[in-house]
Design a protein around this ligand. Sequence first.
Ligand code: SF4
Ligand code: SF4
Length: 136
Amino acid sequence: MSLHKQIMGNEIMTENEIAKKQKICIQCQNCCKYITFLLPAEKINDLFDYYIKRGFTIEEIKGGPWCGYHILEIYSPCPHLTEQGCSIYNNRPKICRDYNGLTDIAMREKCMWLLLEKEKEEKGLVEEFDVGGWRN
Ligand code: SF4
Ligand code: SF4
């Protein structure tokens, strides 16, 4: 393996890709601030008012493979989050090391790594950007 590549989470990334992702995560921090999850319509109906009263926002997905599911979201920043990033970065939990906002349907639209995908599309590159699990 090249000295300029590293294994991060489940993927091999160049230093340039890692640096770009780090920079974006420091600006974004959304997955450290919001708790989001997906529920199918039948699980929402009876509990809709309950979730709203508990402070969640609920958005229905109207098309695509997750059509009919609802994204539940609540603002709940992690106590380890600072303006400079994660205060326990070297000891952060495995779930944080492996997390990829782009493959989390409930978070994807908030994940600023989308910018990297758009950048790649604009350059006319057809292959998918390798976005496997690593952040911050
Ligand atoms: S532990 Fe660190 S990386 Fe994990 S959610 Fe908290 S601030 Fe974010
Ligand atoms: S993984 Fe995505 S949602 Fe999380 S901080 Fe980085 S850019 Fe933001």
